[in-house]
Design a protein around this ligand. Structure first.
Ligand code: IMP
Ligand code: MG
Length: 208
């Protein structure tokens, strides 16, 4: 059955997912592990299965939002079997050691022609929703046949926009998280799990 547009299909899943797995030291910082590597991989597999069920054998253009989506993009494309075109777009809303959104900059120079294509935009996290909302609006003007979105994480209670991602693997509490592509000041993207940075670590990072 065709899923309804603009609905978080997996909202609430995390309620059944254990969200605390101790801490892990990473350099000078201590991270609280929210999702283990195995949980993340399982969530990505679930999301890929939903995407496959929706598109079937239809050719798809998947567009990763740089830089946070690179790990998810690399994993999810290998779980999709339809004819697939892979591309990227750049969106930046944070500046250096800040956890507060700044003005959004979008660079779509790397995008291929999207006219008449089914497009799936993949991002790391849906926080206020401004980034994905503005990106989807901009890409809608490029004439795709359809445009949907998939994110690994959605932060609970933070959304400021009406549109929601079509696919979402986990809902998490309102904490600043890193790992699996997500960064703080361009660090931690390589961690295979999702960890929360303590406020003190964020403060310390501002001076480094
Ligand atoms: P939004 O526009 O508020 O939805 O923010 C989305 C973008 O902000 C994401 O694509 C991330 O790059 C970044 N972001 C939001 N929350 C976090 C976080 O907890 N850790 C790392 N990056 C985040
Ligand atoms: Mg991002």
């Amino acid at each position: 059955m065709k899923p309804a547009e603009g609905k978080v299909l997996r909202r609430g899943r995390v309620l059944r997912t254990k969200l605390s797995h101790g801490t892990h030291r990473q350099g000078a910082a201590t991270l609280k592990i929210l999702l283990t590597e195995a949980q993340v991989q399982e969530g990505v597999r679930r999301m890929a299965a939903e995407i496959s069920a929706f598109y079937g054998d239809r050719p798809l253009t998947i567009v990763g939002v740089l830089t946070g989506s690179v790990v998810l993009l690399a994993d999810i494309i290998r779980l999709l079997g339809m004819p697939l075109r892979v591309s990227v777009v750049q969106a930046r809303s944070y500046r250096g050691a800040s956890t507060v959104r700044g003005e959004l900059m979008i660079n779509s120079d790397l995008l291929p022609d999207l006219t008449g294509c089914d497009v799936l935009v993949v991002d790391d996290i849906f926080d206020t929703g401004h980034t994905l909302f503005e990106l989807l609006n901009k890409m809608q003007n490029l004439g795709p046949r359809s445009i949907r979105s998939a994110v690994l994480l959605r932060k609970r209670g933070r959304q400021e926009m009406t549109r929601e991602p079509d696919y979402c693997a986990f809902e998490i509490p309102d904490e600043f998280v890193v790992g699996y592509g997500l960064d703080y000041n361009d660090h931690y993207r390589n961690l295979p799990y999702i960890g929360a940075l303590e406020a003190a670590e964020i403060e310390a990072g501002k001076n480094s």
